[in-house]
Design a protein around this ligand. Structure first.
Ligand code: CO8
Length: 295
């Protein structure tokens, strides 16, 4: 543990120095920690209370193409951040040029049907969508193919003004494989989803906001800091209740309205079995900030 703590600042400083978004890291330098053992991503805890996990995709030469090893590292990082009791939200981001330009085409080029079907190729990508903690995608630049799908696996997408979202798989003789034909339609509707999947052409951040794919568009240099700020706000609430709320919102994707409303009502009732519900309402009545214990 001591070894880890000593090295955290050293490693954080070196990863900050080498990072293209060094200005934003500087603002958080004093409160950041880093986990050293990743090759394709940078993992840190950011924010005034170091309670926001930040995963930065870091394969700049390949525009953050999502090779198998990178996505396995993302899964491992999420496992770690999910276990970390201090972390209340996670931000996934890339560089200013690319969030991610898709699955790694060069890695896939010689794969055969029997290999990908038999081996359940890239099945582990799903990990992002099963994270119990809220995950915010901070998207600058290209979010194409698997990059767009990765963003859509997150709970909230914030976009830089230069972001481009697209499903260009059709142009390389395949189709989206991680939600591009399923999650996209639920965000932007059938006509636009069809247009994007069948033409392969991307949409801008501004269009994406108009369509409801992203919740906000921000100047590229402010994007990650804003995402961390949003993560801090979420992390200031009870982590237990936040997880219940996330689960309830996600039910809307999976079920009928009546079943969803019932799920919501039962989950609402369940909050009354928690100490944090009692504390939250008591604090309101006593005109003081709540002291949540995540129980
Ligand atoms: N895979 C591998 N390498 C890539 C990828 C990629 N997706 N995208 C870019 N690169 C590499 C380039 O090959 C190039 O490498 P090098 O310098 O060694 O030649 C480097 O990144 C820079 O790229 P460009 O020179 O092309 O940069 P430009 O600025 O000219 O163009 C683009 C940027 C427009 C983003 C362009 O690179 C591009 O079109 N990339 C491919 C986009 C794409 O087709 N994405 C979809 C991939 S398929 C997919 O995502 C399927 C997901 C299925 C998931 C299934 C889960 C179960």
């Amino acid at each position: 543990m001591a070894y880890f703590c000593q090295n955290v600042l050293k490693i954080a400083a070196s990863s900050i120095a080498g990072h293209s978004n060094s200005a934003r890291f500087a603002a958080y330098r004093l409160s950041s920690t880093a986990v050293p053992s990743y090759q394709h991503i940078i993992v840190e805890k950011q924010g005034a209370k170091t309670n926001v996990g930040v995963i930065t995709l870091n394969r700049p030469k390949a525009l953050n193409a999502l090779c198998d090893a990178l996505m396995r590292e993302v899964s491992t990082a999420l496992d770690e951040l999910e276990k970390d009791k201090d972390v209340g939200a996670v931000v996934i981001t890339g560089s200013e040029k690319a969030f991610a330009a898709g699955a790694d085409i060069k890695e896939m080029v010689n794969n055969t049907f029997s290999q990908v079907y038999g081996g359940n190729f890239l099945n582990h990508w799903n990990r992002v969508s099963t994270c119990k903690k809220p995950v915010i995608a901070a998207v600058n630049g290209y979010a194409l193919g698997g990059g767009c799908e990765l963003a859509m696996m997150c709970d909230i997408i914030l976009a830089g003004e230069n972001a481009k979202f697209g499903q260009p798989e059709i142009a390389i003789g395949t189709i989206p494989g991680a939600g591009g034909t399923q999650r996209l339609i639920r965000s932007v509707g059938k006509s636009k989803a069809m247009e994007m999947c069948l033409t392969g052409l991307p949409i801008t951040a501004q269009e994406a906001e108009k369509l409801g794919l992203v919740s906000r568009v921000l100047p590229p240099k402010e994007l990650v800091a804003e995402a961390i700020k949003m993560g801090e706000k979420i992390a200031s609430h009870s982590k237990l209740i936040v997880a219940m709320c996330k689960e309830s919102v996600n039910q809307a994707y999976e079920t009928t309205l009546q079943e969803g409303l019932l799920f919501e009502k039962r989950t609402f009732h369940t909050t009354f079995a928690t100490a944090d519900r009692k504390e939250g309402m008591t604090a309101f009545a006593e005109k003081r900030p709540p002291n949540f214990t995540d129980s």
